[in-house]
Design a protein around this ligand. Structure first.
Ligand code: PLP
Length: 360
């Protein structure tokens, strides 16, 4: 998080039903609309990203509905699991983690009749990205809503929600927006609005959030200081400019891939589907997860491990939010030192050269 974002929280309590906070909600909502590139509402829920996934699916799906769910990573599995709680029939199109799903199978299921296509746009668990624009087009051809977990892509990659026809694009405050965890957001298209029904959970009922959103208000007590931080983070995104931000993130992604390649590290996700905001790398043979991530931690660098079947085999480098080329160059300089110390042969200075090349 940028210090401006953390500093925004250092202020006294505020009346969350007062005029001052209403204005804040209004500015935040307008800012989020710009980041989502939508004319429709983007509602804020106090809760983590999963709260918005749950709110969206539970407010749109019923036991009479069939949905098509894509699953090729941890969070696709979670979307599918949530969908199963609300929809009568869930047709899952699965692929191994990090590999693309079969689009013909998606189309076959959609042709059979489905209320929604449910997917995780950017699969953080394995650094994979689905072709969202193409999938949205396909879903609309078959009159299905598109519900996308964009938790690690909105604000870090170009997702013109209205132009692509994403009916619900979900995000969390702590990822590409660069704010603290604890808020979740979801855009709601007119098409989705027309299909809303009461959520079995009162707290997660999207209809209630939409109603209050129209009055720059919230149905329940908002986490006020997280709102202050999210507003500052949104202001910073708009000051940077969406295009410039997406370019910066793309540049850090390019640099990460080039440096990894130069160090002989393999990327986990399919080459045509690599995420712009997080890169998953195979841990080199002969080195353990503990040696790698522990060694980096000792150098003051935190990278994530992986979950489930790829736990201990993969590590993940985030290049979203405030991460810059300088951070990536610094990271790979340190990684080169660590790998050398661990006895993994790397050509000296290779990462720096590869990164320089990506800059032209
Ligand atoms: C793609 C994706 N979906 C969903 C989630 C879950 O979000 P949260 O932990 O904020 O509930 C995450 C968290 O890492 C994620 O990366």
């Amino acid at each position: 998080m940028h210090p401006r974002v953390t500093r925004a929280m250092d202020r006294p309590a505020v009346n969350h039903r007062g005029e001052e906070f209403k204005q804040l909600i209004g500015e935040l909502s307008a800012g989020l609309q710009k980041v989502w590139q939508t004319r429709g509402p983007v509602v804020t829920i106090t809760g983590s990203g999963t709260a918005a996934m749950d709110a969206t699916l539970g407010s749109l799906l019923t036991q009479q509905d069939t949905v098509v769910a894509l699953s090729n990573g941890k969070f696709g599995e979670r979307m599918t699991e949530i969908a199963k709680r609300y929809a009568g029939t869930v047709k899952t199109v699965a692929a191994p983690w990090g590999q693309p799903v079969d689009l013909h199978q998606v189309e076959t299921h959609l042709r059979g009749g489905a209320k929604a296509l449910v997917l995780t746009h950017n699969e953080t668990s394995c650094g994979f990205v689905h072709p969202l624009e193409k999938l949205a087009k396909l879903a609309h051809q078959h009159d299905a809503l598109v519900i996308a977990d964009c938790i690690t892509s909105v604000g870090g990659a170009d997702i013109p929600v209205d132009r692509w026809g994403v009916d619900a694009a979900i995000a969390g405050s702590q990822k590409c927006l660069g704010a603290p965890p604890g808020l979740a957001f979801v855009s709601v298209s007119e098409r989705a609005k027309a299909k809303l029904k009461e959520h079995p959970s009162l707290y997660l009922d999207l209809g209630r959030y939409l109603k209050k959103h129209a009055e720059s208000d919230t149905p329940f007590t908002p986490a006020t200081h997280l709102y202050f931080a999210a507003l500052e983070a949104t202001r910073m995104i708009l000051e940077e400019g969406l295009d410039k931000r997406f370019q910066r993130v793309a540049q850090t992604a390019d640099a990460t891939r080039a440096a990894a390649d130069a160090l002989g590290l393999e990327l986990f996700a399919h080459p045509d589907h690599r995420s712009q905001t997080v890169t998953a790398l195979n841990i080199p043979r002969g080195i353990t997860d503990k040696q790698l991530r522990g060694g980096l931690k000792d150098m003051g660098i935190v990278v994530s491990g992986a979950q489930d079947a790829i736990k201990g085999k993969v590590f993940r480098v985030g290049h979203m939010g405030t991460v810059t080329l300088r951070d990536i160059a610094g990271f790979f300089g340190n990684l080169e030192v660590l790998l050398t110390r661990l006895g993994h042969k790397v050509p000296a200075g290779a990462a720096a050269q590869a990164i320089a090349k990506t800059l032209g």
